[in-house]
Design a protein around this ligand. Structure first.
Ligand code: ATP
Length: 349
């Protein structure tokens, strides 16, 4: 599902063996990653895994203890932020409160000594791009959260950076606005075709926004891949659990039959031996048929669209989710027949 657009593109940011410590604590360890020209790459991981630290090292607000960062073929470590050819949108936007919208957008251009006339032209162009021309003379406090985000974006893009850096750009917004702005921002990034590195702890945001995702855990790269690779074939239990809900079942594969430790059996071709299976909630459905398994509904929670169920079978607790007509929603204690789409199961080693 990887966009053919970026698949064969050269890399524009090369991170090699990056390391950052704070006192005795290692925040980023041996991180190697390359970002391709034109792609949107997301650094995804739980709080404290080192994503922001990585982004700050790319931007130049922090220097690594070891390793290197090449931006557009040039060693960037040691260079001040404004000489790295990156534009950054900070968490909370960090607009200058005493400057108008247009002064904020012009800020980075002053730093790199763009002549006055060219500067004015670029500010006009950027404000048009983010559709804020009519608010050019306002101050940040006179803007909504979404408008402030667009000013921050215009400021970051005004210098025509090789790489756009976004630090949790949607975390300050309420859910509805977040989804709308996410779609808008994605469209804008595609339109201007700028390489983008995004930091988020929100797996859904990462999946809808990115061409590739770098999942980080405790300062290290846990997996790098497209959203579907990460979701469907996670490299570890950590990644499987972090990018979506799932049930992990441990057992043995023998003669193309998987048998869980507690006795649940499923047909599954593959190498014999110990195996952990990942079952996503949408791979389980209720219905009769060959291979269906008797289960008891341990809990059922209606979430608006779908209902989330915990099914109990052979001592295993399996998550499932599905849409049910109101009159057909199973309730706790129901006995049901369950079918697992074994063609979707992923084996973790
Ligand atoms: P979050 O999503 O919470 O921002 P993160 O993945 O971005 O988390 P970082 O902010 O990169 O994580 O932090 C990684 C680790 O480094 C954490 O354990 C954090 O406490 C530590 N850390 C970050 N900045 C500093 C600092 N300036 N001084 C000391 N420790 C720091």
């Amino acid at each position: 599902q990887e966009t053919t657009l970026t698949q064969n593109k050269p890399s524009i940011v090369e991170i090699r063996n990056l390391r950052k410590e704070f006192g005795n604590a290692v925040a980023v360890e041996d991180l190697t990653l390359s970002v391709r020209k034109g792609e949107v790459l997301c650094l995804l991981g739980p709080s404290g895994c080192g994503k922001t630290t990585t982004l700050r090292m790319i931007a130049g607000f922090m220097e690594p203890e070891a390793g290197s960062i090449l931006i557009d073929g040039r060693e960037a470590t040691g260079l001040p932020p404004y000489r790295r050819d990156t534009g950054m949108v900070f968490q909370g936007y960090a607009l200058f409160p005493h400057m108008t919208v247009e002064q904020n957008v012009a800020f980075g251009l002053v730093n790199i000594s763009v002549p006055r006339k060219e500067r004015d032209a670029r500010v006009t162009e950027m404000l048009e791009l983010v559709e804020l021309s009519h608010l050019a003379k306002r101050y940040p406090r006179q803007l909504s959260g979404g408008q402030q985000q667009r000013v921050a974006l215009a400021r970051a893009l005004a210098i025509r950076p090789a790489v756009l850096l976004l630090d949790e750009p949607f975390s300050n917004l309420d859910t509805q606005l977040r989804v709308r702005l996410r779609d808008e921002l994605k469209r804008l990034i595609v339109k201007i075709d700028v390489t983008t590195i995004l930091v988020t702890h929100d797996q859904e945001e990462a999946i809808v926004f990115s061409d590739r995702i770098a999942v980080m855990n405790a300062g290290r790269l846990a997996q790098l891949g497209t959203p579907s690779e990460i979701y469907e074939t996670p490299a570890s239990a950590f990644v499987a659990n972090f990018v979506g809900e799932c049930t992990l079942v441990e057992g043995q594969i023998e003669n193309d039959i998987f048998t869980s430790k507690r006795g649940l059996t499923l047909p599954l071709a593959g190498k014999s031996g110990g195996a952990t299976l990942m079952i996503r909630p949408e791979h389980v459905s209720i219905g009769d048929g060959p291979g269906s398994i008797r289960a008891r509904v341990a809990s059922a929670v209606f979430t608006g669209g779908v209902t989330r169920l915990v099914l109990s079978m052979f001592g295993e607790e399996l998550l499932m989710q599905s849409f049910f007509r109101h009159s057909k929603v199973p309730v706790q204690g129901d006995e049901v027949n369950v079918w697992i789409d074994t063609s979707c199961l992923h084996r973790l080693d």
